[in-house]
Design a protein around this ligand. Structure first.
Ligand code: ADE
Ligand code: ZN
Length: 338
């Protein structure tokens, strides 16, 4: 059982979420609701049967179900409903700011327009800020199992909306799809003023983290946990304060680590790496932000000072203006002192 004082600290800390796939927040209940609305037949008889299928052996086994689930997202209201449900749930966990990914290729390939996807998500972002006080940014992810030409076409379709986007990312199946495959499209995105991030070192090797930094010039690494296979890389990440957006429950669900006790989050934190805690695809991995903080706290040498450092790291790693960062850091210190 978690120490009640630590549990309270976890609840009360203002949190910043930096690694969240909005399509990964689609809960089975909403999948069924949207399927009914659009007359889509699902290959599962019930919400419980769908949830029971969330038993993954690796990243690809998850991605197959995750992309299939997206088929119920048809119109702008669907994207709005999914995103708004995430913000309400995150707000209950005291998430005050979120930088969220979306996978447009999953939708445009089914004939859903870029404007529909971005329109629904952005409307929810505005509603969440007004109704809940939760601020956010939007990051367009390219699917790395597809070609660079496909990513280029996606960037072309997104550029008319570039004022509504903060950055570009790279996700989907990592093995055999190195960051360098997307060198040109990332260069073009950077030139358009979009901040680059990439998933690297989740299932792929430490070399992919170097490549994401050197070739794609990313400002954060998503996951990055396999950096510990290369000591010089860990040193580089620590010295340069390159943030890693780590997703503990995801890593155990997708068997990057057999048990939470084996996770390297606490070791990386102790080495001075700017690690942060995030929920990745919470509808699929059994937990939102508080659940992730609780899980690492229960399994790893993470106490009060480490929790406070993790909260500060997420503020530092965010793309918020300096004044807002200072405000959040002060709030974290006030909660820690209470
Ligand atoms: N897409 C959604 N979640 C992902 C993850 N954890 N890794 C790669 N691609 C993803
Ligand atoms: Zn991810």
């Amino acid at each position: 059982m978690l120490d009640p004082a630590l549990d309270r600290l976890i609840r009360d800390l203002p949190k910043v979420e930096l690694h969240l796939h909005i399509e990964g927040t689609l809960e089975p209940e909403m999948v069924f609701q949207l399927a009914a609305r659009h007359g889509v037949a699902l290959p599962y008889p019930s919400v419980e049967a769908l949830r029971a299928a969330y038993d993954f052996t690796d990243l690809q086994s998850f991605l197959d179900i995750y992309y299939a689930g997206c088929d119920v997202l048809r119109d702008e209201d669907d994207f709005h409903a999914m995103t708004m449900a995430y913000f309400r749930r995150a707000h209950a966990d005291r998430v005050v700011h979120a930088e969220i990914f979306f996978d447009p290729q999953t939708h445009t390939a089914r004939g859903v327009a870029m404007a529909t996807v971005i329109g629904g998500i952005r409307r929810a972002m505005a509603d969440a800020e007004r109704e809940l006080g939760v601020t956010s940014r939007l990051i367009l992810c390219f699917l790395r199992h597809l070609s660079e030409a496909d990513a280029e076409a996606t960037l072309d379709a997104a550029l008319p909306f570039k004022d509504q986007l903060a950055g570009v990312g790279l996700d989907s199946g990592e093995r055999g799809n190195p960051p360098g495959k997307f060198a040109r499209v990332f260069a073009r995105a950077r030139a358009a003023g979009l901040r680059p991030v990439a998933h690297a070192g989740e299932e792929g090797p430490a070399a992919y983290i170097h490549e994401a930094l050197d070739v794609l010039r990313v400002v954060r690494i998503d996951h990055g946990v396999r950096c510990d296979e290369d000591d010089a890389l860990v040193e580089r990440l620590a010295v340069d304060r390159v943030p890693l957006t780590v997703c503990p429950l995801s890593n155990v669900k997708l068997r990057v680590y057999p048990r939470m006790e084996d996770h390297n989050l606490a070791r990386l934190l102790a080495r001075g790496v700017c690690v942060t805690v995030n929920s990745d695809d919470p509808a699929y991995f059994g937990g939102y932000m508080v659940d992730n903080y609780r899980a690492v706290c229960a399994a790893l040498p993470i106490g009060r000072p480490q929790l406070v450092q993790l909260a500060h790291n997420a503020v530092e790693a965010s793309w918020l203006p300096a004044a807002r960062k200072a405000e959040l850091d002060a709030q974290i210190l006030a909660v820690a002192a209470a």
